[in-house]
Design a protein around this ligand. Sequence first.
Ligand SMILES: Nc1nc2c(c(=O)[nH]1)N=C([C@H](O)[C@@H](O)CO)CN2
Length: 119
Amino acid sequence: MDIIFLGGLEIKTIIGIYDWERETKQSVVLDIEMGFDIGKAAETDDIQYALDYKKVSKRIIGFVEESQFFLVEKLAVEIVKIIQNEFQVPWVKLTLNKKGAISGASDVGIMIERGDRKQ
Ligand SMILES: Nc1nc2c(c(=O)[nH]1)N=C([C@H](O)[C@@H](O)CO)CN2
């Protein structure tokens, strides 16, 4: 399976369990890997056969900016569902970094993988 990736996508959103976190937007940084057969796009050189990473990023930015979840787990799962269901991506790996959530740690967050990588 080929992989289209989007790295270091920083988006501001309401995320967290504490009172102050319900009022102040924080950054999450997404690294996304999407399994996709690039054969036809490479053969035709035509965007209609490609997984358009611009369209994926616009959709995810809009969704995350408007979301107001409590846990990084919930946000991560919902992002992956959108990518799989709306862009017909069979396998997705997402790293969601809530930088600054833990003082003394440069990175904290979640990594999830969904779907079948071998297609
Ligand atoms: N497994 C998780 N643990 C914690 C989360 C979370 O989303 N998943 N969130 C918090 C707080 O919101 C934290 O980010 C504030 O520093 C604590 N633990």
